[in-house]
Design a protein around this ligand. Structure first.
Ligand SMILES: [Zn+2]
Length: 411
């Protein structure tokens, strides 16, 4: 273990020579001028502001949501074909960061401590693929291409040597690949803002050596914060510092979020100590939307939380309805149908929208008496009706708290 840590340290020496960057803003620059990018963000912000003004009840009553994720591993060399464990470590980090449960949170001091937000998003690897089949939420694709660029189509198209997205309305797509060098450094990852690209590229992309906290990760990007940062972009959060070379880097409010003070620097790969100031205010260098080294990032703010929730509801609402995740999902639908109905000798349970493949079955007659009981009934397996008389019945199918009821006619 010690030797391995030393290996990470050695790798870091060469890596530190170049700046590592997030490519989210660069991706926008492919098609838009800096002015057009400002207009693009402004348009998104107006919609979010409107939603926030009209949603006080929703905000008061909301609860944690679980969002389904698919990880597309695209590799050329074996090392880039990262392990399941490395992927699990990243999902865990995303959950701890978006729930304010990471180990850096207690170290945040005033005045920022009171601004720390539990975003109340959780992430899980999808258990159902777009065709309705069971999955572990991971795809693996060997590519003839040795490295990729966030801004090109190659990574996002199977025909071009990458991996196609799963329905980007129902899944958060994460591509993990070797991202090639760019002028002045290397790209750690990139995330798409809502409406910033066509739907087949919506999601986040992370360099394989900056993904999770196990395997071939490289210090100081070895604790999975690249994905946290890019997921922030996916939910429309912008950098705390101003991108590019703005006329006034201290212009407030660059990110349209009142509780993140303006900064004139990105803290790229740095691990600052104590209080730092720029633009006349204390810098929140521990915010995930900086370029700070992984070990020194800690928090999202309450203002960022409001913006992320507004984005989920305004631009990505289908994720709230997605049933592609595991049973813990608080938003999971549990609908079933049965057939044939009317039935003569038997019927079967068919799931309309659920990841469950079995459940508890009860059949009641009109007086409420239970006439059939199966504690664990798989779907698509016939249930005999020979023991009951013709008439109207009620069928209850349940799994834990999830429950559904429908009528059945026996002829
Ligand atoms: Zn970024």
């Amino acid at each position: 273990m010690l030797l391995y840590s030393f290996g990470i340290f050695l790798l870091s020496i060469s890596n530190l020579a170049a700046q590592a960057q997030c490519g989210a803003h660069q991706a926008l620059l492919q098609n838009l001028s800096e002015k057009e990018i400002q207009d693009f963000h402004q348009k998104n912000n107006e919609q979010l502001d409107e939603w926030l003004q009209n949603s006080s009840n929703f905000i008061k009553n909301r609860s944690v949501v679980t969002l389904p994720v698919v990880v597309h591993v695209v590799y050329h060399e074996d090392e880039e074909n990262i392990s399941d464990e490395q992927i699990f470590s990243q999902i865990d980090i995303l959950n701890k960061d978006f729930r304010a449960l990471n180990c850096q949170v207690p170290k945040v001091e005033e005045p920022f401590k009171e601004l720390i937000a539990d975003i109340e998003f959780e992430f899980c690897l999808a258990t159902i693929d777009p065709d309705g089949n069971p999955t572990n939420g991971i795809t693996r694709t060997w590519s003839r291409i040795p490295f990729f660029d966030c801004n090109s189509d190659f990574l996002y198209k199977k025909a071009n040597g990458g991996a196609d997205a799963w329905d980007t309305k129902r899944y958060i797509n994460i591509w993990v690949a070797k991202l090639g060098p760019v002028v002045g450094g290397s790209t750690l990852g990139c995330g798409t803002f809502p409406n910033s690209t066509d739907s087949t590229k919506q999601g986040i992309t992370v360099n394989y050596w900056a993904f999770g906290s196990e395997g071939p990760v490289i210090y100081p990007n070895h604790l999975g914060r690249t994905a946290t940062h890019e997921m922030g972009h996916f939910f429309n959060l912008r950098h705390v510092f101003a991108n590019g070379a703005p006329a006034d880097p201290c212009e407030d409010d660059h990110d349209n979020i009142p509780d993140t003070p303006a900064q004139d620097r990105s803290y790229s790969q740095q691990c600052p100590n104590g209080k730092k100031f720029s633009c006349g205010t204390q810098d929140m260098y521990m915010n995930f939307m900086n370029y700070t080294a992984d070990a020194c990032m800690a928090m999202f703010t309450k203002g960022q939380k409001e913006r992320a929730w507004a984005t989920l509801n305004v631009f990505r609402p289908e994720l709230l309805q997605s049933n592609a995740c595991s049973a813990q999902s608080t938003t999971e639908q549990f609908e079933f149908e049965l057939g044939p109905n009317p039935a003569l000798d038997f019927f079967t349970i068919k799931i309309k929208s659920s990841s469950h493949r079995a459940g508890q079955l009860k059949v009641f007659d009109p007086s409420g008496k239970m006439v059939i009981y199966e504690p664990y009934q798989p779907i698509n397996v016939p249930i005999s009706l020979t023991s009951i008389q013709s008439g109207l019945y009620f069928v209850e199918f349940s799994c834990g708290e999830l429950r559904s009821l429908t009528k059945l006619v026996k002829i």
